[in-house]
Design a protein around this ligand. Sequence first.
Ligand code: SAH
Length: 212
Amino acid sequence: MKNEARKIRLIMELRRSGVTDTRVLSAIERIPREIFVPDPFKDQAYENTALPIKLGQTISQPLVVASMSQALAVGERMKVLEIGTGSGYQAAVLAKLCRRLYTIERHGPLLAGAEEIFKQLRLHNITAIVADGSRGWPEQAPFDRIMVTAAAETVPEKLADQLAEGGIMVLPLGAQGGDQDLIRVTKQDGKTREESLFPVRFVPLVAGEVPS
Ligand code: SAH
């Protein structure tokens, strides 16, 4: 089966699994996932599975990327922050949905690879840095939306602080190696409220120094 046919089959699977937001589905359709997947796995790029990338990290399952993007309710004029660039795939999908996407990755080589692809795909509205994302990006705050794609045990306080009034953040929460849930944090009148959406499995958010 050709990639185009596989992609259509994947989009239908996402719809059946509850992804109804047409902007999200069209972003998934427009971003070629095979470019973000390492060579040995390219033929699985349109399977609904997570795949390994460099440095022991993973590119998330397409259903998780789509469901998290839908839960974030991104508008086209919004400023969005993603933590955990990894392959860059989720960042590319978000970049199609918003005005400006900021993304932070702690591993330099991963970020370099992702930036190369952003250039190739002409995604000029992405700004990326190597840093500890649990501290957010104070110089660029506040953000209308924040998505964390690595699991923390509690909501990082600095990220909640950098969320704009009326803002939404989605993040996986849970103990290392244990069960995690995707949590949606909303900020209204300066106060945050949390609700649990669905179970997920992410690599841990590692705070502190970035490896050189
Ligand atoms: N969004 C990615 C998948 C994320 S995997 C994609 O679409 O491919 C999680 C990523 O978070 C890994 O690349 C890991 O290095 C990164 N990460 C973990 N802790 C981090 C931190 N404190 N700051 C920034 N990135 C972090």
